[in-house]
Design a protein around this ligand. Sequence first.
Ligand code: HEC
Ligand code: CU
Length: 409
Amino acid sequence: MNVRSVVLRWIPSVLTLLLLAGCNFNARQSYLDPKGIIAERQFDLFMVTVWVTAGIFVAVGGALAWTIWRYRERRGQEGDAIPSQSHGNPVVEIGLIVVSVGLLVVIAVPTLREIWFTHDMPKDDEVSVLASWYEGETATGAEEEVLTIKATGWQWWFAFEYPQLGIVTGNEFAIPAGKTVRVELRGGDVIHSFWVPKIAGKVDMIPGRNNWMWIRTDEPGYYYGQCAEFCGEAHAYMQFRVQVLPEEEFEQWVAERQRPPSPPAGEDWDEFIQLALNEPQSLPDKPAVLGAKLFFGKGACLQCHAIDGTIAQGLAGPNLTYVGDNGSIAAGWMEHAGMDGKIDPEQQYENLYEWIRRSEEIKPGNKMYDVPGGLKDVDLTDEDVGHLAAFLMTLKSEDDEPRELALFR
Ligand code: HEC
Ligand SMILES: [Cu+2]
């Protein structure tokens, strides 16, 4: 064998190994590393099918290999007549049918059990009923319910609402560790699908049809979600984040989200916006102030975005009330939080800047740029964009202490 043929022979194996080296069983969107009770049970069910099919593979492949070996052409037999042929052995045929049915039952029983399990929300008070664990105030009548989040998929971002707590967020939301959460799923425009691989399998978000699922995980951390149903050109960039917080931190998170951030100058938002639009010279000449003026003024951002507690009530884009607290923008696509969950302010500024400056290149087809009233028709200088980014960074919860987050998962 010459060198060339040896090399040629090894190339496929080396390439396969390289390909396999890309597999990572605990990558951030791996369902092979389950962290929630639903994902764990779905993983176990998956393993049942893996073992059954592995058994079939070994049995069928083994029989084939044995036959090939046993009935191979031996030296001295060349040119002999083909051996006697047979088919239609009733014992083998009926046996195979019985075994196949048996294996299907082995797979069907746990499958049905898991379908029922995911469908029946746990009734256990301690982990489910809001009033049994949540100290803060909830909407009247909601105390006996499970914490509910309404998730709506839009092209190409997610809106999350907490109707019982009066909170709306965009692309990132939080849940308490160890508690059952009900997620109501809807599609705003087309069909999307909600998937946090480490916490639970996917459920479709369909316009005009109310789907739902329940989730629970005991492990605090930062989890990655993804739209799992092709929904248009920016589908692959449609992600979201779930922060799983220990109970007390979740309550703190709720309390923070229930009071909108303060304006970059002045007493309150009404006063600030009045001054910004009518007497801008009376306001300090800070980038964030200039950015806010643009946001509520010529930038037209308020047409599509809401900042709670202000006149900005647009619904066509993500709610930006706490965008400064999020570890990512552009529906999870641009990240500025490190592995420890801490936000890197320089990266955050850069991401906000880049996104406002050239969103159409970062996420082609997005509904912020080339749509009626979109940024394509708004004339912003580079300086304006920098001011807007500085302003958006001030939109975060009041307490300055960055919240400790467990490792990214
Ligand atoms: C025509 C509606 C529209 C206008 C006007 C608009 N946006 Fe947006 N914006 C959107 C949409 C839709 C998205 C979601 C894009 C995506 O991720 O696909 C978005 C996303 C964003 C995000 C990322 C939020 C996140 O959590 O991912 C920021 C920040 C943002 N816009 C800032 C601005 C600023 C600043 C302005 C004004 C200069 C502005 N937008 C004007 C519709 C708009
Ligand atoms: Cu989608």
